[in-house]
Design a protein. Structure first.
Length: 196
């Protein structure tokens, strides 16, 4: 038990003892006795029962009141901890949703130089690797393209600012490879205009 709760219980027991002394026979010993209190310029003479009631009341109000306040503060702290955990989980969820909302996928069509219908690799025999300016990269999905000898690739989880610095298409046996000559920003394309 907490010390403040113990003082609350002790104060109630002292008050009950004083009240019962008016009814029970042991109270005759306390009724006529007085206690002299001197200090801080005071000179008081108080009955022992009154002194006990004062001490018991102080213990009840001091111990009980502070114990109640502390338990209330503890409950508030627990509620705040719970709310903080919920708020952190919600913030993480919203951050995840924001990142997913900002991530996109880019679709590109690859035409392989030096490849025609006679030496065109099959879709299942090639893989496409990419690398971004931030060092992130991976494999792109490969599909058959709309034109003869072309592939359609899908690069996932990129943002508008993604700069693809390296794009390689190779056969899985790594005997044939094709590389992109310049870096591109697929979601912010650059169009080169020529005078006419």
């Amino acid at each position: 038990m907490e010390p403040l709760f113990i003082s609350f219980i002790l104060g109630i027991l002292i008050i009950l003892f004083c009240i019962s002394s008016f009814i029970l026979p042991y109270g005759r010993n306390f009724k006529d006795k007085t206690q002299r209190i001197q200090g801080f310029g005071l000179n008081l003479e108080v009955s022992v029962l009154t002194l006990f009631i004062i001490v018991g009341s102080v213990l009840v109000f001091f111990g009980g009141g502070i114990w109640y306040q502390l338990s209330s503060i503890n409950n508030q702290l627990e509620n705040l901890r719970t709310e903080k955990t919920k708020a952190e989980a919600r913030a993480a969820d919203l951050q995840d949703k924001l990142e997913k909302a900002n991530s996109m996928e880019a679709v590109a069509f690859l035409k392989l130089e030096g490849v025609d219908e006679t030496n065109h690799p099959e879709q299942n025999d090639v893989e496409c690797l990419y690398e971004t300016a931030t060092g992130r990269g991976g494999k792109a999905e490969i599909h058959v393209g709309p034109a003869s000898g072309a592939f359609k690739i899908i690069i996932k989880d990129i943002t508008r600012d993604t700069n693809i610095t390296n794009l390689i298409l190779r056969t899985k046996d790594r005997k044939r490879r094709w590389k992109m000559e310049r870096s591109i920003m697929p979601l912010q394309p650059t169009y080169e205009l020529k005078p006419f």
